[in-house]
Design a protein around this ligand. Structure first.
Ligand code: ASN
Ligand code: ZN
Length: 332
């Protein structure tokens, strides 16, 4: 008469996010039954197929160190969980395609592999173990970045070259930051840096900065006519900077409460509309107005259409969206 369905909650000891809860399936596999059966696999240093699904006898996974083979799986599963929850709870989107179906993650790809990637053909995320196989690329923001490539692919499908490629990359960085902020994890609090936990440069600096992208030595702060010719991970800087300025304004305080000026191309200040509003604008623009060949000028139009839907045309919020594009040198 009464069927009791147990929802398994495993305990995970992650490398980057402390002790966390992950979804598991009975006796026990790393299968998130409440999130479309998203699964996490161990490639065991291989580079094809799925390797083996993580299994465990006591439902306590990993030990927080890269020596334990389950640890990277915990971080990857946790990142996928947080990203799923973000799109569901904030934007009402259930899964990457919006159909409630989970994707899957693969960890321990190759040896000393210092990257992570989304692959449309397997509809899956893959993570290397980093330098010395000791720093897997499985932090919250990296997982959210890769999973967002799936969302972009399922929606605007921005072509991965030229300005549309920069917008594709920026979309992954924007929602990486959004997921990290919304996760509210004490070990990995939200910020406008990408990859600050994985020490990819070996000196503690992050992979990318959204407040002033050129701090990485290569990313672009402002649009210019040749920006589509640089690597998509650098042309993304224009949109990353736009998102930072739209969220925080040009004269925000940093996490320590210290006044911080993010530069604008025309030197004029912009006020910001708050991160939650900026996230809504970008998501609506991505899913309803951008297409595969959207460039920066068209992204401006797309976000203005989204802002008109959300806040009304010619409202202060709408006008701030327009002025923030001007602040990164994207005009009408
Ligand atoms: N980690 C990189 C990215 O997601 C991999 C790549 O260059 N496609 O952007
Ligand atoms: Zn990317």
């Amino acid at each position: 008469l009464f069927q009791y369905q147990e929802i398994e909650q495993g305990t995970g000891n992650s490398q980057y996010s402390g002790k966390v809860t992950i979804g598991t399936a009975p006796s026990y596999t790393m299968t998130d039954t409440t999130r479309g059966n998203h699964k996490t696999y161990n490639l065991n240093h291989g580079s094809s197929g799925t390797g083996t699904l993580f299994t465990d006898a006591d439902d306590v996974w990993g030990d927080g160190t890269p020596q334990n083979v389950q640890t990277a799986g915990v971080d990857a599963a946790y990142g996928a969980q947080l990203t799923w929850d973000y799109y569901k709870n904030v934007h009402g989107r259930s899964g990457i395609k919006g159909d409630g179906v989970g994707a899957y993650s693969r960890v321990h790809y190759g040896n000393n592999y210092v990257n992570a990637f989304w692959d449309d053909s397997c509809f899956c995320m893959t993570y290397g173990d980093g330098s010395g196989n000791a720093a897997p690329l499985t932090s919250i923001d990296v997982a959210a970045h890769e999973m967002t490539h799936g969302v972009t692919s399922a929606t605007a499908d921005l072509t991965y070259s030229g300005e549309s490629g920069g917008l594709n990359e920026a979309t992954s960085d924007i929602f990486a930051a959004a997921v990290e902020f919304n996760a509210d994890n004490a070990q990995d609090p939200g910020d406008y840096m990408v990859g600050e936990k994985i020490d990819i440069n070996g000196d503690g600096t992050p992979l990318r900065y959204m407040d002033k992208p050129s701090k990485d030595g290569a990313s672009k702060d402002y649009w210019y006519s040749g920006v589509g010719n640089v690597d998509v991970h650098y042309s993304s800087g224009v949109a990353n900077h736009f998102f930072y300025l739209l969220s925080e304004g040009s004269g925000a305080k940093d996490v320590n409460g210290v006044h911080y000026d993010s530069p604008t191309s025309d030197g004029l200040p912009v006020p910001g509309i708050g991160r939650a509003n900026a996230e809504k604008v970008w998501f609506k623009a991505l899913t309803q107005y951008m297409t595969s060949n959207t460039n920066y000028a068209a992204a401006r139009t797309a976000t203005l259409s989204a802002a008109a839907d959300l806040f009304g045309k010619d409202t202060p919020t709408y006008n701030t969206v327009a002025n923030t594009w001007a602040a990164v040198n994207v005009g009408s």
